[in-house]
Design a protein around this ligand. Structure first.
Ligand code: ATP
Ligand code: MG
Length: 564
């Protein structure tokens, strides 16, 4: 493509709202333009990258026997009502104003409907179906450019199997295909155990890219391969346990003490045996959650424990239900509550908690004697430096961007939409499903996050929009232009897609800056001085190395470099 006519509106200035390098560079390199919050247009050079990434995805999906579909984004709302997801997606689901339709945020419902209509027998199984298609989500805080869009491309696939053993195989095939997709896209990633949500499912993993701007937090062990989203991560942190002492609970006046730290200071003890109370309410029941000291409750873990979402009580509800304000609430004498506690507090004694009376606490509480605990669950968010649950070495806690998610769905959708099959004995059974997603934009943005410098993007060959960037330094010299034209044609003829800066009236400095910003792996610079000796200059974007070669050797030299 010739830059004199190819539409690549590069910018010198960073967009004001962009905090991430990928966001800044994608806008400056003329790949994307914002239309509204979380909505972007893809311009020609950006779309070339997008198509390359989609091609890698297609090749690897096809390689595991997946079949490509294209489903409508516009869906009748009834189907979404049948699976309960109008409610669970809530505000994130876009509804049409003039018809009972929604814009699909994912496609379990529609693929399952097709399976329900056409898969009748065990002989029709297994199936792997996928599409690369636009998704719509009314994200409350679209940010980081295309990383969190309201409209974005997802590769979503769905597997249909007769039982859970077969599901494991389909899931395993996806896991391997995903590794290849991300590796081929030039991305460094890691895989974590992930949260399956309130709706169940039998296991899921996420593909993550470490980044300070990531909205997910993960625990990672550098010594073994343990890695988990904080929503499910555990550690070998010691339980609080039992200690000497068998005194009965006693009320203690604790004036103006509101926090765990104040209480620890007031009593001159460590925070561990202070049982902190957090008060939630699900759709029917008030729930008291007890945590040790300053351990942080992880709400995803709470949802898993309760099997549904619960919401923190407001201060008004708190005093209505407990008779006290935050800071003075505890398990003793609390009526009509479901009481659960974090595993670290299992059967602990000599605990101190609120008295459900402002400015009072109760000491010497023994959970195995004085409180009816409905269950101990893993509820705490682990912290950096805690021992790894599999090898005991220190865990790191890092921010990460989720680039993919594989999910053993089980029978949730087949049951709610009646997608059944007949097994060998003629018994009707729900189809066992998996679902698997890749954020296509996130691959591109994360690639740039990991491959750029102050001057611009540094594309990996695999997804670079062009392989070589030919720069004619002086458009007024017939000799320069003739050589640049010729080389440009030769690169294309040799199957090396070339971008050619043949713009008139643009200074050499400006052209060099654009070449670095756009980031093709090799630049070929044609200027008068080298040309006098029959030479052109090559610049390798990643290493910054330069090399002067004869005109006739340029194509071979670039070919060799791209192969290595
Ligand atoms: P997140 O937690 O980041 O909101 P999610 O868990 O809701 O993502 P999934 O439903 O698992 O996302 O979707 C599959 C993949 O689609 C994700 O792994 C991610 O790569 C991508 N994705 C999800 N939401 C967006 C979005 N708003 N913009 C761009 N890509 C997205
Ligand atoms: Mg996810």
């Amino acid at each position: 493509m010739r830059l004199s006519t190819y539409f690549v509106p590069t910018l010198k200035e960073n967009p004001a709202d962009a905090t991430m390098a990928s966001h800044r560079l994608m806008v400056r390199a003329g790949m994307i333009r914002p239309l509204a919050a979380g909505i972007y247009s893809w311009l020609p050079i950006g779309w070339r990258v997008m198509k390359k990434v989609m091609e890698i995805i297609r090749e690897e999906m096809d390689a595991i026997g997946a079949q490509e579909f294209q489903l409508p984004a516009l869906n009748p709302v009834e189907i979404w009502e049948q699976t309960g997801r109008v409610e669970s997606f809530g505000d994130t689901l876009f509804h049409l104003k003039n018809r009972p339709f929604v814009l699909a945020p994912t496609h379990e419902e529609i693929f399952t409907t097709i399976a329900k209509d056409h898969i009748k027998s065990y002989r029709d199984l297994p199936q792997i179906w996928y599409q690369i298609q636009t998704k719509f989500r009314n994200e409350p805080r679209p940010r980081s450019g295309v990383i969190r869009g309201r409209q974005f491309f997802m590769k979503d696939s769905y597997t249909f199997d007769r039982d859970f053993t077969e599901l494991d195989k389909s899931y395993g095939a996806h896991r391997e295909a995903y590794k290849k997709i991300y590796s081929r896209s030039g991305i460094k990633f890691f895989i974590v155990g992930a949260y399956s949500g309130a709706m169940g499912g039998t296991g899921s993993q996420e593909f993550m890219v470490e980044s300070p701007d990531g909205e997910d937090t993960c625990a990672v062990c550098d010594n073994c391969d343990y890695a988990a989203n904080l929503e499910v991560a555990t550690s070998a942190a010691k339980p609080v346990g039992r200690t000497d002492g068998s005194k009965k609970p006693e009320e203690l006046h604790t004036p103006n003490i509101k926090t765990i730290d104040q209480l620890a200071q007031f009593l001159h003890i460590s925070t561990e045996r202070l049982a902190k109370s957090l008060v939630y309410k699900d759709d029917t029941t008030p729930v008291l959650v007890l945590m040790s000291g300053n351990d942080q409750l992880n709400e995803a873990k709470l949802t898993t424990a309760l099997g549904k979402t619960a919401f923190a009580m407001s201060p008004e509800e708190l005093s209505k239900y407990t008779g006290a304000n935050a800071g003075s609430i505890g398990p003793i004498g609390l009526k009509d509550f479901r009481i659960i506690a974090d595993k670290r507090l299992e059967n602990a004694n000599e605990l101190i908690s609120g008295a459900n009376k402002d400015d009072y606490h109760i000491t010497h509480i023994d959970f195995s004697r004085d409180v009816k605990i409905d269950g101990y669950y893993d509820l705490r968010s682990i912290e950096a430096g805690e021992p790894c649950p599999s090898c005991g070495k220190d865990l790191r806690v890092v921010n990460a961007i989720e680039i993919g998610h594989i999910f053993k769905l089980g029978t949730k959708y087949s049951v709610s939409l009646n997608a059944n099959y007949l097994d060998e004995n003629g018994t009707e059974k729900p189809i066992v499903m998996g679902s698997y997603g890749i954020g296509v934009e996130r691959i591109i943005a994360c690639h740039i996050e990991q491959n750029h410098d102050d001057n611009g993007i540094i594309w990996d060959n695999s997804i670079s929009p062009f392989m070589v960037h030919v720069t004619s330094v002086n458009m007024d010299s017939n000799e320069v232009v003739a050589t640049a034209d010729k080389l440009y044609e030769e690169f294309n003829a040799a199957g090396i897609p070339a971008l050619y800066d043949d713009r008139h009236g643009v200074s050499p400095g400006f052209k060099f800056k654009d070449a670095d910003l756009l980031g093709m792996p090799v630049q070929v610079i044609i200027g008068e001085r080298n040309l006098k000796q029959g030479n052109v200059e090559l610049k390798f974007r990643k290493s910054g190395e330069r090399k002067v070669v004869g005109i006739g050797a340029a194509v071979e030299e670039v070919k060799r470099f791209l192969k290595s």
